[in-house]
Design a protein around this ligand. Structure first.
Ligand SMILES: [Zn+2]
Length: 104
């Protein structure tokens, strides 16, 4: 498979996720308005943002791990059984670390 293309895709994804994370963190750190009703709304928004923040951080870690796997030359190697991860699977899920059989 075209590892260079996968690497480019992963770097693009990483840049996107980092931007998303920065936007979320800015919202979480943002000044809260004074009115009670608005504060309640913002707290709800914060909870959503905190969950999103966790998801984005996890995705960033997985993308970084995938880039490290590319560098180490084992991007297409299943981390569970040592078999090959199919190209179609890597195209669909560029930061997966296991083959389709091990993912089941
Ligand atoms: Zn496997």
């Amino acid at each position: 498979m075209d590892i260079k293309a996968a690497e480019t895709q992963l770097r693009d994804m990483l840049a996107e996720e980092v931007k998303r994370l920065e936007a979320i963190e800015q919202r979480l750190r943002g000044a809260h308005s004074a009115s009670f009703g608005e504060q309640a709304l913002e707290r709800e928004g914060d909870e959503v943002d905190e969950r999103m923040e966790e998801t984005v951080i996890r995705e960033i870690e997985m993308i970084k791990a995938a880039l490290e796997r590319i560098e180490a030359g084992n991007y297409e190697v299943c981390s569970s059984c040592g078999g090959e991860i199919s190209e179609a699977r890597l195209e669909a899920l560029p930061y997966t670390t296991v083959c389709i059989d091990c993912a089941k």
